[in-house]
Design a protein around this ligand. Structure first.
Ligand code: FES
Length: 149
């Protein structure tokens, strides 16, 4: 990791203003921003770790914990909600034994909630990685997730 990190940081020598692109690039490579990575960036840019956290926590795109291999997103927007999205989320939380926003300990799945995918006519919706599953039930959602195991 150390070599790859140094390689990614090298073009930004002395560029404190490039913090966001640096964080994007590094998260793109490692999947999330660990404490160790934040420490290394702080050292490289000669700024404090709290300054980096202050910027990174402002943007929802940055993650500080590892993501699962598969990301399961459950839509809890109004249209999906009235068609059983809560039951779908509960079924998946039970199946994966995690809560929304968490990742399984084997790093296979992360479970997230989304406000609306913009395809309400097909609700309720879940999305696994980049695949959209429409008009599903809690039972069907569990089967879909099982197919990724
Ligand atoms: S509310 Fe779920 S897709 Fe719009």
């Amino acid at each position: 990791m150390q070599n790859k990190l140094a390689e990614l940081l090298a073009p930004y020598e002395g560029e404190k203003g490039a913090l966001i692109p640096i964080l994007q690039k590094i998260q793109g490579e490692f999947g999330y921003l660990s404490d160790k990575i934040i420490h290394e960036i702080a050292h490289f840019l000669d700024i404090s770790e709290s300054e980096i956290f202050g910027v990174a926590t402002f943007y929802a795109q940055f993650r500080f914990t590892p993501h699962g291999k598969h990301v399961v997103k459950v839509c809890l927007g109004t249209s999906c909600y009235v068609r059983g999205a809560t039951q779908i989320m509960e079924a998946l939380e039970q199946k994966l034994d995690i809560k929304s926003g968490e990742t399984t300990s084997d790093l296979k799945f992360s479970l997230e909630r989304v406000a609306c995918f913009g395809c309400c006519a097909l609700s309720p919706i879940i999305v696994v990685d980049d695949t959209v599953y429409s008009k599903i039930t809690a039972e069907k959602a569990k089967e879909i997730v099982s197919s990724y195991e």
